[in-house]
Structures are given as C-alpha cells and as structure tokens.
Design a protein around this ligand. Structure first.
Ligand code: CP
Length: 522
C-alpha cells in the first residue's frame, strides 16, 4: 500500500489534516522512544535509505535549529544531502527563484526542498509551478517544506511545538490553555498556532502583547471562528495581575529586523512589556512551563537566563524535538511512512467557477434602459452595478468594468437611483450582442451582484446574475497588496495572482494568505 503523504508539500499547518498531524505526533513519539532506548531494530524501521531521494536545504534567511535539525534528519535517513549556497549562486545575476528550482529539480528522482525565504507563499508557488514543470519533464513532483516564510508561517516549528505541548499534557488532547507572549504581529510561529492548536479539542489562548505587537486581527478572528476562547493583555504584568493564568507560555522574540522605524524607536519599551522578571515567578501556577522557538536575544532575552535551570524551562526539550519531528516529516513526504494512516485526510477545497447564474428574463416588460436619451433597442445592458453603495464607489466600479473589459465603443453609462431608492450603476452597450464566457466571469469578478441583460427588439431576452466568485484569478490588473508576497509584481517571479474567497466580501491571497476586501484586489 502506498503512503498518502508521498510527494506532498507542507506550506502551511493546514496542509496536514488534524488526523494527519496526530499521525505525525504518534510516529514521532515512537521514534523518540526508540532513539532514547537505543532500540536499533525499531530505529531501523524509520530509516528511508533510498538512493533516488535527495534533500535540498535552501535557506535564503539565517537559521540554526531549523536548518541543522533538517540536516541531521536527512543524514539520519541516509539520503543525498545538498546545501544550496544562496550567497554564491546566480541570484547575484538576478535569476528568479522559479528558474533556480527548475534547475535543481532534476538532480534526484524525488527531491525534497526545505525552503526558508522572506518571500511569503513561496512554497505554495513552487509546489505548483515546479511540480508541473517536473511532470512535463517526466520527473516526479518534488515536495516542498516551508521552513519559515517572512511573517506568514513556520509549519514545521508548529509541529514540534504541538508535539512538545502534547508531551507536557501526557498525550491528553482534550484541552489546552496557553499564553502567547511577545511579538505576535511579526511572529510567524505565533500565526501558525491558529491551526496547530486544533490538535486539542478545547483551546484557550491568552494573547500577551502591547498594541503595536498585537496579533493581526484576521488571525484572532480565525481563532475565534474555530471556537477558541481568546483573551488579550498588554503586558506580562497586566496578565499576572489577573486571574486564571495559563500553565503553558509560548514566547516569541521581538523581530527587530522586520520592524519599521516607528516601532524601532519604541523597541525597548515594547520588549519590557513582554520580558519575564524574577519577581513574577511567585505568580505562576504550579507546574508552569515556558517555551520559545528560539533564538533568543543574547543581550535582551524575553526569557532571561536566570530561568534556564528552573523547572519552567521547557524550551530546551522543545528545541530537541525539532530533530525528531523533522525525521518523521521527511519520512512521510518521501512515502516511507503513512501506509498505516487511518483517519480523515486533508481536504483540498474546491472553488467552482459557476458564479454566473442565468435567471428569468421578464421578456413581457419593456425595459427602460437608455443609450443617452434613446431607449436601448438591442445589445447588452449591465445593470445593478454596485447596488446600494455610495455613488463614488459605483463610479469606480463602472470605471473598473470599462477598463478591464476594454469597453471603448459606442455606449453610455451612469449612476441612477433605483425604484427602491438605492443607487446603482448601468452601462448600455448597443453594439455588443454577447459577451464570451471569460468576459462574463471577468464582469462577475469585477462587479459581483450586477446583472447582464441581453436586449432584442426592445425586450430583455436573456438575463444573468453575477455572484461573488469563489476565486479571482487570471484577470488583468489584480495584485496582492503584500510587498513580501511571492506574487507581488516587485519580485518579478512569473506568478499569476490568485485570491480565494473567505467570507462575505473577503479574499485571501492564495500564496501569502493576506486578507483583502474585494475592492482592494485591483
Ligand atoms: N526556531 C527557529 O526557526 O530557529 P532558527 O531561526 O534558528 O532556525
């Protein structure tokens, strides 16, 4: 039986279902026990040892523990190991990441790429584009493992964090109460908690960060939508002065390198708010444990070194767990483990393109559409544009429709007050008989809620209603607003922007997952 994990990639925590994450933790636990008891026979069962599998460490940002734990995990498996030297590569001749990976994919039958970059969403893009490229060449699709992409996610850190929390909980998944402390705005390991904590059935999260470092609202909303009980505090002092302090604390360092000048000026005060002090010790609940993805700052650590030898030190064991979890992740994606997986697999969401719906054309009624002062006798009339919005917004939508569809022809348009008293926009196109499917979808994406009417002999003969599309892609002029996103035009990677609907009027960039209001896409 083949493994359901073979050839897959891990860009975000959700790329493994909760059951699949539980499988990862269960296998890691067995491996750790085997290694600690030096049980050679059991250890050997985890080792891949296959000639055709090659691993590439591709780190465009600095790293110690992620890179070295993956390096040692690859060696554990006896695989071919490549360490890509970004500083001496053709990046310095302005080569794109996409072209670089097209080159690297051909060196092994099955390549596993471990990628750290500040370009958010890079692994999602590489998984798709290099996967398709490899198939065209008759090669196996490679696996990509996100080893941290900008402020976005760090899924393999999350897996080792959750494994460590489960160890602390004695493998009881019924509940967790955790405090997230530090730079929750920039800290990708904190962002990955939104999905990673779902391994527990009941989740209580206390967010301890001053306003400037607070967790972005869309992550907080996502936690609340999952049913987590979320509380907020400005500082450790405020948190400890209250009641019901969590036994599990997860610190993240202040990401000075990602802060703008405004925050840099305030860095010392912000750090103070989330730095643990000796006099706080007595307020901790019994058995409290601290965790930290590390590294910590050698001059101003938020977990000061006087705590290193106290029982609260959970971060040392946590960091060692990175080696064990990464051995198992590699074994799963290489197809060596997983044939015995039972449970709910990851569901890849489907985004149907059926948001253009034909509705009844009330052909008995004469429409009052006009081209200038003349009634429309035949052609296309786009109605209900921006219905219910403000006139300025509706004019913007009309401009957008004209620009995207290239409507430089005989026509008229305007903003009107409808019978119900709402404003709406109308565009009349007397020389256009029909729009292509692609143009209809473009129209739906640019002006959801509008209707398209085909008029013949002064009557509406076909009528279509455009709904909010489940995904928006392949349209001119759309772009992700996140300058760190792999799809941002400033990076000159050949990525077509794509947005996936996530709420009434909200879309997430497919790559970096930055939320956008519908109107921000153009
Ligand atoms: N936790 C973590 O990602 O550490 P490194 O930056 O040292 O890899």
């Amino acid at each position: 039986m083949t493994s359901p994990f073979f050839g897959r990639s891990i860009q975000v925590v959700r790329d493994l279902s909760v059951d699949e994450q539980a499988y990862l933790y269960d296998r890691t636990r067995a491996l750790k026990e085997a290694l600690q008891s030096r049980d050679r026979e059991s250890i050997a069962r985890f080792v891949i040892n296959a000639d055709g599998v090659g691993a590439y460490l591709f780190f465009m940002e600095d790293s110690t523990r992620t890179k070295e734990s993956f390096r040692n995990a690859v060696k554990f498996h006896g695989l071919k190991l490549n360490d890509f030297g970004t500083s001496g590569s053709s990046f310095n001749k302005s080569e794109s990441i996409t072209d670089t990976f097209r080159m690297l994919v051909s060196y092994s039958d099955h390549s596993l790429f471990v990628v750290r970059t500040k370009l958010e969403g890079a692994c999602r893009w590489l998984e798709e584009s290099i996967g398709a490229y490899a198939e065209r060449l008759g090669l196996q699709r490679p696996s990509f493992i996100n080893a941290g992409d900008g402020r976005h996610e760090h899924p393999t850190q999350e897996f080792l964090d959750e494994f460590t929390f489960l160890e602390q909980a004695g493998w009881d998944r019924s509940s967790i109460h955790v405090a997230l402390v530090g730079d929750l705005y920039h800290g990708r390991t904190a962002h990955s908690k939104v999905d990673g904590l779902s391994i527990f059935n009941e989740v209580r999260v206390d967010l301890v960060a001053p306003d400037e470092l607070e967790m972005p609202p869309h992550y907080v909303s996502a936690m609340e939508a999952k049913g987590y009980d979320v509380r907020r505090y400005q500082s450790i002092a405020e948190y400890l002065a209250g009641r019901d302090v969590a036994p599990t604390w997860y610190f993240t360092r202040l990401q000075i390198e990602r802060m703008g000048d405004r925050l840099l000026d305030r860095a010392a005060a912000l750090r103070d708010a989330v730095t643990f002090r000796r006099d706080f010790l007595s307020a901790l609940p019994d058995g409290a444990r601290f965790y930290h993805p590390l590294p910590r700052h050698r001059v101003t650590p938020t977990i000061p070194t006087f705590l290193d030898d106290l029982p609260v030190n959970g971060w040392a064991e946590q960091s060692i767990n990175g080696y064990y979890t990464r051995i198992i992740e590699i074994a799963m994606l290489a197809g060596h483990l997983g044939a015995d997986f039972v449970g709910t697999p990851r569901v890849v969401p489907d985004y149907p393109d059926d948001f253009v719906r034909e509705v009844s054309a009330q052909s008995s009624r004469k429409p009052d559409y006009k081209i200038g002062i003349k009634p429309v006798d035949r052609g296309i009339v786009i109605d209900h544009i921006g219905r219910g919005g403000e006139p300025a917004d509706i004019w913007n939508q009309i401009d957008k429709i004209r620009r995207i569809l290239g409507l430089n022809l005989v026509s008229s348009h305007g903003v009107y007050s409808s019978r119900s008293g709402h404003y709406k926009g109308i565009v009349s196109l007397p020389t256009v008989d029909s729009l292509t499917d692609s143009e209809m979808k473009t129209l739906g994406a640019a002006a959801p809620g509008c209707t398209l009417n085909r008029v013949e002999d002064g009557r509406v003969v076909r009528k279509y209603r455009m709904e909010m599309p489940p995904r928006i892609y392949n349209l001119p002029g759309i772009a992700c607003s996140n300058e760190e996103c792999i799809s941002h035009p400033s990076h000159h990677e050949p990525v077509d922007p794509e947005f996936l609907r996530s709420g009434a009027d909200r879309y997430l960039c497919k790559y970096c997952e930055r939320p956008h209001e519908f109107g921000e896409l153009w």
